[in-house]
Write a protein that binds this ligand. Structure first.
Ligand SMILES: [Zn+2]
Length: 436
């Protein structure tokens, strides 16, 4: 969740509860003197004014019209144009922003059973440098895959940045907060169809899950998320390969009544093999990529089913059958990584007490032509990090191109690890990481 500046004081909404946010925004909304101010935290120096509005009794923030392109690209209040959508790897058909600063995502998979998958096509977007002299082309998609949607959600929840001062970051309230501003196909609001584990940070999640299932029945799929240990992920794969069911920890009871509002998210026997095949296809080198203290975020669509109660005293039981699943490896601080090399480096940065970011788009980059694997945010200016792990022909050509730009234009502002031919220790000895 975003950071804001309220009456000159910085407020991080990620650390506030939903009711605290409502109190803060309500106070601003009802201020008759009109002296109360809310500025966006994405560019504090610009003092970008935000306004509260009331929808169904709840307060939300939206930008002043005409400022949509002044907010930072990753900011929720930024309006997307073709150029900024391309920063994320998409066309405006795939992602756009609406009048209330929601991000509208067009998924490549159907959210209703009767639907067929919309076709996914790739085109290319050409970025021009400020002086117009050089151009770079980037592939963009007209649809967002499930993994892409998970990454956008993770970035919006600010779970792509590790700050050593913030310990034990609790992801679930950040995910719930970010989901409120994401819409999917058919205008479906992600927050109303999202199932999170019942143990997530407050005791209301069981009820939220139950209502999400109830609202979705016979209408559309629900979206589930869980975070499991690397070992647990591996044992899930073994279970699925043996065509056995696997149940996530979303089941719960609320209100003290046994079995009331019982919610289950599980892969059932019939789908086990399909899910297994898709995951192993997405992640062919899983065992070598995910080791040590890594965790895995699983995400996907589930179909809602209902089991009628035997008697009037009991409630019906809702459960959900997993229809698709993607997996994203994260560090124990829940920051995503894309290879075992990246995981190794991320662990080093955490142990060294560094503030780093794992960008999912070139938005955080200083230069459109570069797309670093990590960015050290505690250096001024920020330092870009490249982990070179492959040696295919195309990869080496791109590596050469990037290294030339870094050397010529960003001396002292980048750090590189040739992981295919040196250890991390060797790389650190060859060239020290710039100090904060
Ligand atoms: Zn902003």
């Amino acid at each position: 969740m975003a950071k804001y500046i309220i009456n000159g004081e910085s407020a991080d909404f990620a650390t506030l509860s939903g009711s605290e946010i409502q109190r803060t925004l309500g106070k601003h909304h009802e201020d008759k003197t009109k002296k109360s101010t809310i500025h966006c935290g994405c560019r504090p120096a610009e003092k970008l004014v935000l306004h509260t509005f009331n929808r169904n009794g709840k307060f939300y923030l939206r930008k002043t019209s005409g400022t949509g392109e002044t907010h930072k690209i990753g900011c929720r209040h930024r309006s997307l144009n073709a150029e900024t959508a391309a920063f994320f790897g998409y066309s405006l058909e795939a992602i756009r922003t609406d009048d209330n600063d929601n991000l509208v995502i067009s998924l490549s998979v159907p959210l209703k059973r009767s639907q067929t998958a919309p076709s996914l096509t790739q085109t290319s977007h050409t970025f021009k440098s400020n002086d117009g002299k050089c151009t770079t082309a980037r592939k963009i998609s007209n649809r967002v895959t499930e993994l892409g949607a998970l990454r956008l959600l993770w970035a919006r929840a600010n779970l792509t940045s590790h700050e050593p001062t913030i310990l034990n970051k609790e992801p679930w309230s950040a995910i719930r907060g970010a989901a409120k501003f994401l819409k999917l196909n058919h205008g479906l609001e992600l927050s109303k169809m999202l199932l999170l584990p019942h143990f997530s940070d407050d005791d209301k999640q069981g009820g939220r899950n139950w209502y999400a299932l109830k609202n979705a029945i016979n209408k559309h799929y629900v979206i589930y998320i869980d975070i499991i240990d690397g070992d647990e992920y591996k044992s899930m794969l073994v279970t699925l390969a043996a065509k056995q069911p696997y149940v996530f920890s979303h089941s719960t009871k609320i209100g003290g009544t046994t079995n009331r509002f019982k919610v289950k998210v599980g892969v059932y026997k019939e789908e086990a093999m399909d899910i297994y095949n898709n995951l192993t296809h997405q992640f062919p080198n899983f065992s070598s990529q995910v080791k040590d203290n890594a965790k895995v975020v699983v995400f996907g669509r589930a179909e809602v089913c209902v089991m009628k109660a035997d008697s009037k005293e009991q409630s019906d039981t809702y459960y959900s059958k997993v229809r698709s699943m993607v997996a994203m490896p994260v560090t124990s601080q829940l920051i995503p990584f894309e290879s075992s090399y990246e995981h190794q480096l991320a662990n080093h940065l955490v142990n060294a007490g560094r503030h780093y970011e794992k960008p999912f788009s070139s938005e955080a980059s200083i230069d459109d032509r570069l797309f670093p694997d990590f960015i050290l945010q505690d250096c001024s200016p920020p330092v870009m990090i490249e982990v070179y792990g492959m040696n295919t022909e195309v990869y080496l050509a791109r590596k050469k191109e990037k290294r030339a730009i870094y050397a010529a234009e960003y001396p002292g502002q980048y750090w590189e690890w040739h992981a295919d031919r040196e250890t991390l220790q060797d790389a650190l000895q060859r060239q020290q990481l710039p100090a904060p």
